[in-house]
Structure formats: C-alpha cells, structure tokens
Design a protein around this ligand. Structure first.
Ligand code: MEV
Length: 304
C-alpha cells in the first residue's frame, strides 16, 4: 500500500493569459489531497467528495493501459474545496498518480507525473494549460510556461470562498469567445496580464511583496475586464484590501470560486472576508509538491 499527497495552488498572476502562451505565476499552498493505492482483486475508488470523479476515471484509464491486469483500490481525501479556483482537480489527479507510481513501481518523475496529469485534465475539461498539474507535482512558487522555480513569498495567504459554483472549461471558453469577437482588445488585455506576470517575477525574486500585491490588484481589474470575475469575488477582494491585504484577486478560472489575498496580518483579513459574506481559509505558500505520506490524515497542514 502507498500513500501520496499533492498540494492545491493559488494563481498569483496570469491565469487565462497562460492559456495563450503568456507567463503566469503560481504558488502551492498548505491544503493537500492524499491518495492511497493498494492492489485489489477488482478496481474501485473511494472518494467521498466526488464519488464519480471524471479525473480519477481518467487516471485509472491511464493506469490500466500501463498495468492492464492489475486491480487497484484507490482511496482519496482532499482538504481542497472542489471547483473553486484552487486547482483541486490537479491536486486529486497528482495525488492519485503519485500513489499509483509508488505502489506499482512505475518509476515516473514528478515532471513525468505532471505531464500525465495534464493529459488527464485536457481529456476532462478540454483546453487546459499545464500550470496546475506542474504546481501540484513540483510545489513552491513557479513561473509558467515551463515551471521554473521562484522564491516562495514569505507571507500569509487568505483564500476567500464565494460558494458560487463555476466551471473552468466554461470560463476558458468565455475568454476564447471574447477573443474571437473582439480580437485586438482581448489580445491586448491578455498580453497586458502577461506583462504583470513578468513584473511579478522580478518582485518575487526581490522579495518585494508590496509590489507583488499591487500587481495582483491590477490583474484582478484586467480579469474583470475579460469578463471572468463575479460581484461576490469583487466584494471579497475589496474587503480584503480594506483590511490591510497587500493585494487581492480572484484565483483560477473565476466566475465564482475563490479569491486570494496577500496578507501579512491574516486574521484581520479573514475577519473582513467573513463579514463580507465569504468563508476565509488561512493558509501559507508550501514548498512541497507531490510526496509520499505514511497516513491519510486530513490534508490541511497549516490552518491557523
Ligand atoms: C484554471 O485553473 C486556470 C486557467 O488559466 C486555465 C488553465 O490555465 O488551464 C483559467
């Protein structure tokens, strides 16, 4: 029996633009998915949060092409809210792939697992960049495309859940449609978001958190102009800024889901998010990507 875990992530800068080849910055967080794989007479999945997860179906399809006659019992538990901009699907996919890799001695590297995870995401949700699966595999702060390592920001992160459901595929399609109808304007917005990521890379390398925060604020405005924010996201972002966050923005595909704030004093920001009607989650950047575990546990490592 083998147990592996993989983190969720926040997107500090550059989501959506990364789909069109622009740079983006992600950071793994201390909320993880754990998966246990053990040989079994017939294959079955135990995943209380999503009993019929299409991501796990695809993972098992891949596994059975590698090991056609091998049954497996896969048990999955995630501390990440599903479909909310924290890349829970990449985290679930990579934790499951990691457990299968260890249990059945498949010999894949973290980058190899990330590449398989990316294929899984593409099959399930259509167009998808490799950034979420790379972050779940490698951990830490990464520059995309490519996943070059950057220093992790030494600061608290407060995630605010809107509880507005949305789908990544639909939001990516929405941007693609906007780009089809208003090509020069949308392309300009996407390349401006790419510029913010380039400046964010410099800020991260210098440990300049106030500049990173201002870039996140600007990015939220540009994502709003692209049509992927939501009034509840805007409310939580404003509340976080008003409570002293260095910067705040939606994270992931938008349209609902979560926002993230860079928060030197996370408790005050968390209170403001709650007062504004959101559910705050206090977390921190996490340098660990996919890793072996000894027990299933809760997957939530840094709640304060
Ligand atoms: C979704 O997690 C992030 C997007 O940029 C899509 C992608 O990169 O695949 C919106």
């Amino acid at each position: 029996m083998a147990i592996a875990s993989a983190p969720g992530r926040v997107c500090l800068l550059g989501e959506h633009a990364v789909v069109y080849g622009e740079p983006a910055l992600t950071c793994a967080i201390g909320l993880r998915t754990r998966a246990e794989a053990r040989p079994a007479p017939r294959t079955r999945v135990h995943n209380p949060m999503a009993p019929d997860s299409p991501y796990l179906r695809e993972v098992l399809r891949w596994f059975h092409t590698r090991c056609p006659d091998q049954g497996v019992h896969l048990r999955v538990a995630s501390a990440l809210p599903a479909a909310s901009g924290l890349a829970s699907s990449a985290s679930v996919t990579l934790a499951a792939l990691g457990a299968l890799n260890h249990e059945f001695l498949l010999g894949l590297s973290p980058r190899g697992l990330a590449a398989i995870g990316h294929q899984v995401e593409r099959r399930v949700q259509g167009r998808a960049s490799p950034m979420d699966t790379l972050t779940a595999a490698l951990g830490g702060a990464l520059l995309h495309p490519g996943g070059r390592r950057l220093p992790i920001p030494r600061v608290g992160l407060v995630v605010g859940e809107t509880h507005v459901a949305r789908s990544t595929g639909r939001m990516v399609d929405r941007v693609a449609r906007l780009r089809g109808r208003h090509t020069p304007t949308a392309s300009h917005l996407l390349s401006s978001i790419g510029d913010l990521s380039r400046r964010g890379e410099t800020a991260l390398r210098r440990g300049d958190l106030p500049t990173l925060g201002r870039l996140m604020d600007l990015d939220h405005q540009m994502l709003t102009a692209l049509g992927v924010s939501h009034p509840r996201l805007d409310t939580l972002v404003e509340a976080a800024r008003g409570a002293g966050a260095l910067g705040a923005k939606l994270t992931g595909a938008g349209g609902g889901g979560c926002m993230v704030a860079l928060a030197p004093e996370p408790q005050g920001v968390a209170r403001a998010i709650r007062r504004a009607g959101g559910t705050p989650i206090l977390t921190r950047p996490d340098s660990a990507g996919i890793r072996q575990e000894t027990k299933m546990g809760g997957g939530r490592e840094d709640e304060s």
